[in-house]
Design a protein around this ligand. Structure first.
Ligand SMILES: C[S@@+](CC[C@H](N)C(=O)[O-])C[C@H]1O[C@@H](n2cnc3c(N)ncnc32)[C@H](O)[C@@H]1O
Length: 308
């Protein structure tokens, strides 16, 4: 199988999806890396819904997944709209969901998309190029307090200094490019270890441009609603903020509802297949350094057949 992109935690993902799958929804098909392996391992799949908000990613995935084209239905848009996509495909229940969150190495490598502070480009960072909000509008139009909140939530320790340096720089003209912004941040944020001072600010901007945290909860709740009995949801995240959201949603879903006296009033409908997030093996981290911050969690709908 020709790989355009190395899918992370592939072995683990395939392991947790063992069992029969007829309908599958992948929210983040990217270059089609996970998809090609899932489709190969599950010849019984008769509908694979492949979604990505990035039209360029879908073009690549369409080539990678050519051998399976008659099973695939393509959706360009946000995975938070998965209920609408399922309706369009006329599907009531879905047996498996995969979300491999964040940005792809392909997007980082496309210089003109403006995701990387190392490559000169117009400030952009939109995964969905048809949307209005971009890194340019946040950096140039948001108030000091909005930027402070954004960088603080993004866990940048020098969040106020970072925000102030941007607002100060704007006085002499707008901030147009990635490297211009990186230079402003280099002066404001001390370098700690090997990490470039602009790293966390760029990450926070990317997450805000693409509403990355907001949509996780929306999508997981919708996925849980349409999941078949014994169906599974897998989520790969690269950031503790993302993982925390997934962890809490999966934990709450797998606990029975109790009344104020502590008596169970409703049994849990889901169980966690991974109580703790599963990390890549040492071998994977060695071969693919990008996998180092990845982790995966799986939730299963309790169904009629425990080992289905
Ligand atoms: C890490 S890559 C996925 C790589 C893919 N699993 C593979 O093996 O090729 C993440 C992809 O998800 C897309 N993406 C991120 N958030 C999204 C969202 N909310 N809705 C739809 N696509 C999203 C990005 O555009 C990117 O192509």
């Amino acid at each position: 199988m020709k790989e355009v992109h190395t899918p992370v935690l592939l072995k683990e993902v395939l392991h947790y999806f063992e069992g029969t799958i007829k309908t599958f929804f992948e929210g983040t098909v990217g270059a089609g890396g996970h998809a090609s392996h899932i489709l190969h391992q599950h010849p019984e799949i008769d509908l694979y819904m492949a979604c990505d908000q990035d039209p360029y990613a879908l073009e690549i995935a369409q080539k990678t997944l050519k051998p399976y084209e008659n099973k695939i239905r393509w959706f360009q848009g946000n995975f938070a709209n998965l209920d609408r996509f399922a309706k369009e495909a006329n599907v009531g229940k879905i047996d498996g969901f995969l979300f491999d969150l964040g940005v792809s190495s392909m997007q980082l490598d496309q210089q003109e998309r403006g995701f990387s502070f190392k490559k000169e480009a117009k400030l952009d960072m939109r995964m969905d190029v048809s949307q209005d909000m971009s890194a340019h509008s946040i950096v140039n139009d948001w108030s000091l307090e909005q930027l402070v909140d954004l960088f603080k939530n993004g866990e940048e320790p020098f969040y106020r200094r970072a925000a102030k340096s941007i607002v100060d720089a704007r006085r002499t003209g707008s901030i147009e490019t990635t490297t211009q912004l990186a230079k402003i941040l280099e002066k404001a944020i001390p370098k700690i270890g090997k990490i470039h001072p602009a790293t966390l600010v760029f990450q926070a901007l990317r997450m805000a441009v693409n509403r990355e945290l907001e949509v996780i909860e929306i999508a997981l709740k919708k996925a849980m609603d349409v999941l078949s009995p014994s169906g599974k949801i897998g989520v790969i995240s690269f950031h503790s903020l993302e993982d925390r959201i997934v962890k809490n949603i999966f934990k709450n879903a797998s606990e029975p509802q109790k009344n104020i006296r502590g008596q169970v009033v409703k049994e849990a409908l889901f169980e966690r297949l991974t109580k703790k997030a599963v990390l890549p093996s040492k071998e994977e981290m060695r071969i693919n350094p990008r996998s180092r911050s990845a982790r995966v969690r799986f939730l299963r709908k309790i169904g009629l057949f425990k080992n289905g």
